[in-house]
Design a protein around this ligand. Structure first.
Ligand code: ADE
Length: 356
């Protein structure tokens, strides 16, 4: 065995650990902030109206029959409220919810343990369900279909399979990549639904609701200004309203109006389309280093120091939906609209017209 250890490695390991700790603290803060403002019922939940309408019917029917709700799969970009919606569904079913994610279900005993711990009628929410491993998936199939687990005991000739019942439950799976789910797993969901980006009007309502829960004073035009730059995503809108409220308190009288909101968002370097510095760096990289593309996702991720999954799941969906970049079989390209947005003239040696 070779152990590589020099002072630099040690320092960078320590730095890595410190960064992870800071990230974990930030995540804890984000989680408790998100929990405080999470809607608890359909009446409080804004947006996704088609989905909400369908779910209300399914829930009422399940209650009338005295049955559990069919298993549900939600897919779509992060931050659109998949976990929030799962919590609302559990509450509307008058049941409880257990929340986990596929990477936490690495060993068979992780998934078996959680299934055995469920109470009858409970909702099990598995985030990033496309990352479930094959063994965990196979344990899940009979549990989803007929509410039992196949357990083996003993060895070789004495091997026995036992059918162990699990309480009836509703699985809600969430994924940013429906296409990465195996066919057999996808087929076991009764309801499959894509969550859509929010309209500025819906985001405005989310922002005003959050501001009122957190006791921030906000004007209609202030809420609209934040909504416009929230990339169709309530999670981003809620984060921005907090940052803008801090700015309003320090730089003004604490009231979020249009002018203060725009000033704060400019300071945060979020442009009029809601793009941040990483979005713009990604597009600039493709334009300046790769002649506008196409260029592979791994190359982009390495150049930006991000991992491919973050680029694919967090940054790309909105840039694609806004038509600023395009996905081709040979990689990503910046669209003519993307060039215009950054103030570049296409095919003129990628000269930026102004520095953003
Ligand atoms: N906060 C985050 N998502 C929300 C939603 N859809 N409705 C209300 N508040 C939210």
């Amino acid at each position: 065995m070779t152990i590589f250890s020099d002072d630099n490695n040690f320092k960078s390991d320590n730095l890595d650990r410190k960064n992870k700790e800071i990230k974990a603290e930030q995540n804890d803060f984000d989680k408790s902030f998100e929990n405080n403002i999470r809607p608890k019922s359909f009446d409080e939940y804004i947006g996704q109206s088609a989905l909400k309408g369908n779910l209300k019917i399914s829930i009422e029917a399940a209650k009338k029959r005295g049955q559990v709700l069919d298993h549900l799969l939600f897919y779509g970009p992060p931050g659109l409220g998949k976990t929030t919606l799962a919590g609302v569904i559990a509450a509307e079913m008058d049941s409880e919810i257990k929340i986990t994610s596929a990477p936490a279900l690495e060993r068979p005993r992780d998934i078996i343990g959680i299934l055995m711990s469920l109470k009858g009628g409970e909702v099990l929410f598995i985030d990033e369900i496309h990352r479930l491993n094959k063994i965990a998936e196979e344990i899940l199939y009979p549990a989803m279909e007929d509410f039992y687990l196949d357990m083996t005991t003993g060895k070789a000739q004495a091997l026995k399979t036992l059918r162990v019942p699990v309480p009836k439950f509703t699985l809600i799976g969430a994924t940013t990549k429906a296409g990465a789910l195996s066919g057999p797993l996808r087929d076991r969901f009764g309801i499959i639904h894509r969550l859509e980006f929010y309209s500025p009007t819906e985001l405005c309502a989310v922002i005003k609701r959050t501001a009122s829960i957190l006791n921030f004073k906000i004007e209609e035009e202030g809420a609209k200004a934040i909504a416009k730059r929230s990339r169709g995503t309530p999670r981003i809108a809620n984060r921005l309203v907090k940052r803008v409220a801090d700015y309003a308190l320090v730089k003004s009288n604490g009231i979020i109006n249009e002018e203060i909101a725009n000033q704060a968002l400019d300071v945060l370097k979020i442009d009029e389309n809601g793009l941040d510095t990483t979005d713009r760096s990604l597009m600039r990289l493709i334009i300046e280093k790769y002649d506008g593309g196409p260029v592979g996702i791994e190359t982009i991720a390495a150049a930006l120091g991000e991992d491919t999954r973050t680029i694919e799941d967090v940054y790309e969906p909105y840039l694609l939906q806004e038509g600023l970049i395009q996905r081709t079989p040979r990689g990503r390209k910046v669209s003519p609209q993307g060039y215009r947005h950054l103030g570049y003239k296409q095919n003129s040696n990628q000269q930026s017209l102004f520095d953003l």
